[in-house]
Design a protein around this ligand. Structure first.
Ligand SMILES: Cc1cc2nc3c(=O)[nH]c(=O)nc-3n(C[C@H](O)[C@H](O)[C@H](O)COP(=O)(O)O)c2cc1C
Length: 221
């Protein structure tokens, strides 16, 4: 049975060491049909690559402590879509966790030259998500305290606190957490990120987590 979405958010940690086994066909089919749905919804191109060991065997992957990483999701699309890359990519990450797979967002620690990328005119390559059966579940890591990541005029309602709890669990590049979420007087919510590597992708990831935690349709300002 699939893990409930809230539990998947709590249990997700980046996993870089995988078991040496292929992802079973039923899960590949489910992943691919979810990816098709996300591609239609987002206008981006997420592409599952299976049993391809080269991208994660070079020095950068070694430095990043990747092991047995043979499967990954390539993310491409029009330029300027960083926030959507994060938002929709994290939907796939959480779905993967629900069906028993582990993941890691990867912007740097792999061999880009080994991807054999074919880009259409006007298409940009963004980054990868590694995926497979983890050798372990990953480890909880430190987060900045909530008060360093959000502000609110007056009392913070529970839905906002719950949104923040999930936002703090969002993966960000090098765990930088360079974002600020603000509850405005009119009930709208704004989210901003500050210049840092991949900060716009991080912001999309954070927004998806916040929405899952708040359990309300958020009017992003
Ligand atoms: C946009 C983005 C890029 C990342 N790039 C890399 C990477 O190149 N190599 C790596 O080992 N981890 C990478 N990570 C994983 C982060 O280091 C990890 O998410 C962060 O330390 C928080 O840990 P957690 O995912 O276990 O919560 C990346 C994460 C994000 C969101």
């Amino acid at each position: 049975m699939d893990l409930e979405i809230d539990k998947a958010v709590v249990k997700r940690h980046s996993v870089r060491q995988y078991q040496n086994r292929e992802i079973e066909k039923s899960l590949v089919d489910r992943l691919n049909s979810y990816i098709d749905e996300i591609n239609r919804e987002s206008g981006l191109t997420f592409e599952l690559v299976l049993n391809e060991p080269k991208a994660f065997t070079g020095p950068l992957a070694h430095y990043g402590k990747f092991e047995n990483c043979f499967n990954y999701i390539i993310i491409k699309g029009p330029s300027g879509r960083e926030e959507d890359v994060g938002y929709y990519g994290e939907k796939i990450v959480i779905f993967a966790q629900q069906i028993g797979l582990n993941t890691c967002w990867v912007a740097l620690t792999y061999s880009k030259g080994k991807l054999g990328l074919k880009l259409k005119k006007g298409e940009k390559f963004y980054l990868l998500i590694s995926i497979g059966y983890g050798r372990h579940r990953g480890l909880p890591r430190k987060s900045k305290p909530m008060e360093k990541l959000c502000t609110a005029k007056g009392e913070m309602p529970d839905w906002f606190k719950n949104g923040m709890d999930f936002a703090m669990r969002a993966p960000t590049a090098i765990n930088q957490q360079k974002f600020m979420i603000t509850l405005l007087e009119n009930g709208e919510v704004s989210a901003k990120s500050f210049v840092a590597p991949c900060h716009k992708i991080d912001l999309g990831i954070v927004k998806y987590h916040f929405e899952l935690g708040a359990k309300l349709p958020i009017k992003w300002k």
